[in-house]
Design a protein around this ligand. Structure first.
Ligand code: ADP
Length: 165
């Protein structure tokens, strides 16, 4: 079975992330969305919330059971891949601005775990400007981000910002 790990913050998952997940699932037998839990990095949603929200959104994809899994991990992506027996790391590339950062991580991962290949999927045109940070910025001001995120994520964002006032 060819397993791929799609690691990231997913704070929160956007339609751009979802597009990458669907496309990765058409290439690999199983895709594990690895939600990075970094105690030193402040996230908007807790790791538990990010897992719950991601699972809610995935329900609508109606994929076969076990095709896409959501798990959190702490530490290095390559260690998580080893633990999961994953053959590949999936990353999405939007503009050239993603490239420097992504190539640096990819080179390091190649050194750490040469058996794990990083597979880059170019963002679909309609999502190439969607990012978790931009949707948070818009939602923070009380505006809907439907179209960029699933409606459940939109509600969760607006609700959480309301609570934090
Ligand atoms: P990280 O903090 O690891 O960058 P993100 O959740 O921001 O975590 O992103 C995870 C991965 O998804 C990264 O490879 C990022 O480039 C990719 N990504 C984010 N937004 C999009 C998008 N709109 N389209 C395609 N790929 C995306």
């Amino acid at each position: 079975m060819r397993i791929a790990v799609y690691p990231g913050s997913f704070d929160p998952i956007t339609n751009g992330h979802l597009d990458i997940v669907k496309r990765a699932a058409s290439i690999f037998d199983q895709v594990i969305i690895g939600i990075a839990h970094n105690s030193k990095k402040q996230s908007f949603f807790t790791v538990e919330e990010r897992i719950e929200l991601t699972n809610q959104v995935l329900k609508d994809l109606k994929m076969d059971d076990g095709k896409i899994l959501v798990e959190s991990f702490e530490g290095l992506t390559v260690d998580f891949c080893e633990q999961k027996k994953a053959a590949a790391i999936i990353r999405g590339l939007r503009a050239v601005t993603d490239f420097d950062y992504e190539s640096a991580i990819s080179h390091m991962n190649q050194k750490l775990a040469p058996e794990v290949e990083t597979v880059f999927l170019i963002a679909s045109a309609e999502y190439s400007f969607v990012s978790s940070s931009i949707v948070k910025e818009v939602a923070r001001h009380g505006r809907s981000v439907i179209g960029h995120v699933h409606e459940k994520i939109n509600l969760a964002l607006l609700e959480k910002f309301k609570q934090s006032i």
